[in-house]
Design a protein around this ligand. Structure first.
Ligand code: HEC
Length: 117
């Protein structure tokens, strides 16, 4: 008892503190910035025509389309969204009117709010 336990408790606290301090910094490096997410949301809801929400349910955007898969369940990665949007898939037509920036923001937005990335 006594001093050796005290030291290991301190060491544990130190490790816990370091892990806690490091976590938000790592999360920030992964997450797309607010402006990009906001643009992505606008593309999802308005700029992409026909709007994604007509066919897809996405909780963050408040859409309840039921023709395509529920994106909240599918949790597509940035790559999967980009491919679907630029090349089309099944009944979903490719979007040729969106800029690269818009598609990039859209893909990051969908991947982020569904928890895929
Ligand atoms: C006309 C209806 C329709 C619209 C509009 C539409 N989709 Fe889809 N989408 C579908 C259908 C149907 C599928 C499933 C196709 C399949 O698996 O064959 C699909 C599949 C997907 C997938 C999964 C791709 C994969 O590889 O599994 C993603 C991601 C996706 N859509 C995102 C979007 C986004 C983002 C938009 C808006 C830019 C959009 N969709 C607009 C109907 C639509």
């Amino acid at each position: 008892m006594g001093s050796s336990n005290g030291r290991s408790l301190l060491r544990g606290l130190l490790i816990a503190t370091l892990a806690f301090a490091a976590a938000p910094a790592m999360a920030e490096a992964e997450a797309p910035d607010e402006a990009k997410l906001e643009l992505g949301r606008t593309v999802f809801l308005e700029r992409a025509q026909p709007a994604c929400g007509i066919c897809h349910t996405l909780a963050d955007a408040g859409t309840e389309g039921a023709i395509g898969p529920v994106l909240d369940d599918l949790r597509p990665t940035v790559e999967v969204v980009t491919r679907a949007v630029t090349q089309g898939i099944g009944p979903m037509r490719p979007y040729t009117d969106l800029s690269e920036e818009e598609i990039d923001a859209l893909a990051h937005y969908v991947a982020h709010v569904t928890g895929a990335e």
